[in-house]
Design a protein around this ligand. Structure first.
Ligand code: DGJ
Length: 743
């Protein structure tokens, strides 16, 4: 792995064993982008990749005779001859927005520096990565801009971010500051975005890149159900298993913009960063602004190759803490079992039944605090309701632990109901615009987390509960978007900072809590999956994937989520039928077979199930305990997309390739259908695998090239003894045998 600076050509070549990234200092001292892709030989001069031809109707830099409009740039500004949308924009006191940042110096350092107050990937020793810091300056403004690039050893990934420092006497407003900008020489790509809405998050949407702008964004104060701060460009011929793919992921949980602008010469400019909408950041002399981090991944092994890089990197070098490498406890959450209708006895009964079946962690969801008996009051009053829980959280958590389980608790710390003691005492602590009536979402307002005293107050309340009780897990919810983003604590010319300051406040509260309670497992949540982003994974290594717990919908949601995020990060629970979001009946086996590809749990009262169903639950739990290491920490492959077919499949393979679990899901049953095979992936081609439930063995290569025979009972005359149904599924468990004598 290396970062090389070639003095004569003034080129930087960042490379590891498989990828290369090349930047050149242009004749006018701005930065040009030469290459991102598969590793190529280093050489002194890649100048031939830069073309300066002057075309009609261009504006030309007078001293240099070329136009930036036709140069692929590294971190472009508007004006000074480029007309495409820029990576940065700085509003100056005289009203000008033009900037001209030129190369000043650079530094190559071992390892990876952290980003203060922001989530970011990290390394555990300096050998894991190298970092290039290029400092550019705008002499007229007396400002510096530092571009940071970290290339990882052994991961096909580059992490980027940008820092602005104002040394000048004049105040400026940074109104656009992308984390990443990348100019690609052509536009022969499919653009993939992960979009949806509440209960149908991260559906895979694919379209060809076209001249013009394609973008997804959030203006909601969180990354959102609607779009995700993660996009993919793939060559049209690439698929899950082969071909060239690039993934772009923002390590951030607030408003974002992900965009590709294709100009009319078919050059593609990819950008990712804080959404410039409603954003500005004032910099006075001596102040600086740091963008969030963005990570770009390159794969020649198709979409699965890209996802596996993100999975490894985010699982091991973004997620932190004692839970990072541990299999996750099988939990039962009482939300869909009781909603707000519970008292301590009922909860203990539910927990007892769960314990009997092998559940390890009982989670108390919404409704335990203040005057909360519905969603119209209580948020902000983080002390237990002793009418419902006479011994408080302390008493209940001790009772749960006495059953032999761990105890977990739901919170929604960023919110306040107008009907709460907190709001009555501090009405000015909610985000709201002076003179206007604030909107409510789920009867609640958003606390002004841009103010340190608000965050401190919430911290003190929750710290007390956690210190005096036996809490091993926290589900941190967030149930409304921000529409009136105004803070009474900041002057008019800093209101554009509030969305970002809000999320920095959220990060600071997380940081304090995980530092003070390092043993607690945090699961993030925002009405299900409205904040499933890389930023959150730095604080909470798992996230409630969606409020939709229907197994069929979950196949799509988990499939889409897996493009950018590891299996172990996806909270996935078995719930009751009829399902509470879709009223759909699905077999209990299928509910388990979908949920087991995630951080597994239950979302129902197990004591209400029949004996036969309880037996199934016990089998599921025993299975999960045996295979969660493979599923949660193995290599994950998407095999068949639920967005394209009636059959979906995925699999996880252990690092040593000796064990694999395949999830196979048939949405609607069919009759007299084809004989079916499913090509597996990631196995050892020479190993012999036993497939549980099949009285034969198979070589890895035949399973990967010929396929596993998955023909089911529907291929012939249906029989009531051996039948499939709608929403049928099956797990195939593969074990490699080392000793030939065993055969
Ligand atoms: C939304 C979450 O996604 C649900 O799981 C549940 O915790 C409710 N909030 C509680 O209000």
């Amino acid at each position: 792995m290396s970062i090389v600076f070639h003095q004569r050509s003034r080129e930087f070549h960042l490379y590891n064993d498989s990828i290369s990234y090349i930047i050149r200092i242009l004749p006018n001292d701005q930065l040009g982008q030469l290459y991102f892709g598969k590793r190529i030989h280093d050489r002194e001069d890649f100048g031939h990749l830069l073309e300066f031809a002057n075309r009609p109707m261009t504006a030309v830099l007078q001293d240099y005779g070329f136009s930036l409009e036709h140069v692929r740039q590294e971190y472009p500004a508007y004006g000074t001859t480029d007309f495409r949308l820029p990576a940065l924009e700085i509003l100056q006191e005289d009203g000008s927005r033009l900037t001209c940042f030129s190369y000043k110096s650079h530094r190559i350092v071992k390892g990876k520096p952290g980003l203060y107050g922001l989530p970011a990937t990290y390394v555990e020793n300096d050998k894991e990565a190298d970092t290039l810091e290029i400092t550019l300056e705008d002499q007229w403004l007396d400002m510096e801009m530092v571009l940071l690039y970290t290339i990882f050893n052994g991961e096909d990934a580059i992490a980027r971010s940008v820092k602005f420092v104002n040394h000048g006497n004049k105040t400026v407003q940074v109104t656009r500051a992308m984390s990443l900008s990348l100019d690609l020489p052509d536009c022969q790509y499919d653009w993939i975005q992960f979009s949806g809405a509440w209960s149908r998050e991260r559906q895979v949407k694919t379209r060809r890149l076209e001249q013009g702008i394609q973008a997804v964004s959030s203006q909601r104060g969180h990354s959102s159900h609607n779009h995700n701060p993660f996009i993919v460009l793939k060559r049209p011929g690439a698929d899950e298993f082969q071909g060239e793919v690039m993934g772009f992921s923002l390590v951030y949980s607030g408003n974002f913009l992900a965009q590709a602008e294709v100009d009319t010469y078919d050059v593609t400019r990819v950008m990712l960063g804080i959404n410039p909408f409603a954003f500005s950041w004032k910099l006075e002399k001596g102040e600086q602004f740091q963008t969030p981090e963005a990570v770009m991944v390159y794969s020649r092994q198709g979409l699965n190759g890209m996802s596996q890089t993100f999975h490894r990197l985010y699982r091991t070098r973004l997620a932190r803490g004692v839970w990072r490498d541990k299999v996750r406890p099988i939990l039962l959450n009482n939300w869909e079992a009781t909603y707000f209708d519970f008292d301590e006895d009922k909860l203990v009964d539910i927990a007892r039944a769960a314990k009997e079946d092998g559940v390890e962690l009982f989670v108390l969801d919404d409704g335990w605090f203040g005057s909360r008996s519905s969603d119209s009051s209580g948020l902000g009053d983080w002390y237990a309701n002793t009418d419902r829980l006479p011994g408080g959280i302390k008493g209940l958590s001790e009772k749960i632990e006495a059953l032999g389980m761990k105890f977990g608790l739901w919170v929604e710390l960023e919110m306040v109901n107008p009907d709460s003691d907190l709001y009555r005492q501090h009405p000015d602590w909610a985000l709201q615009t002076p003179g206007r009536t604030p909107s409510q979402g789920r009867n609640q307002l958003v606390l002004d987390f841009s103010r340190a005293e608000v965050v401190d107050h919430i911290y003190n309340m929750i710290e007390k509960i956690l210190s005096e009780s036996r809490v091993s897990y926290i589900k941190w919810d967030m149930n409304r978007s921000i529409t009136e983003c105004y803070s009474g604590a900041y002057p008019a010319d800093r209101q554009g900072e509030i969305f970002h300051r809000y999320i920095l406040g959220v990060y600071s509260l997380y940081e304090r809590l995980i530092k003070h309670f390092p043993e607690i497992l945090f699961e993030s949540c925002a009405s299900g999956g409205a904040r499933f982003d890389a930023g959150m994974l730095y604080y909470a290594p798992q996230c409630w994937t969606s409020d939709d717990s229907d197994a069929v919908e979950r196949i799509k949601i988990q499939y889409g989520t897996s493009f950018g995020y590891p299996v172990v990060s996806m909270g996935a629970h078995v719930s009751a039928v009829p399902n509470h979001q879709l009223c759909r009946y699905t077999p209990l086996e299928t509910r388990g077979n979908v949920a087991c590809f995630g951080a597994f749990g239950y979302e129902l009262d197990l004591s209400k199930l029949s004996d036969e169903e309880r037996e199934t639950v016990r089998r599921q739990i025993a299975f999960m305990k045996e295979y969660r290491q493979v599923i949660q920490f193995g290599t994950f492959y998407r095999l068949k997309s639920p967005f394209e077919d009636n059959i979906a499949a995925w699999m996880a393979v252990s690092a040593d390739k000796k064990k694999a679990v395949v999830g196979y899901y048939k949405i609607l049953n069919d009759v007299n259908c084809q004989f079916r095979r499913l090509r597996l992936d990631g196995l050892d081609p020479d190993a012999r695998y036993e497939v549980e439930g099949m009285d034969n063995w198979f070589y890895g290569d035949e399973l990967m090239s010929g396929g596993l025979v998955t023909t089911d009972a529907s291929a012939g005359q249906a029989s009531m003894d051996d039948f499939c149904t709608d929403f049928w599924s099956r797990l195939y468990v593969l074990n490699a045998k080392e000793d030939e004598r065993e055969w």
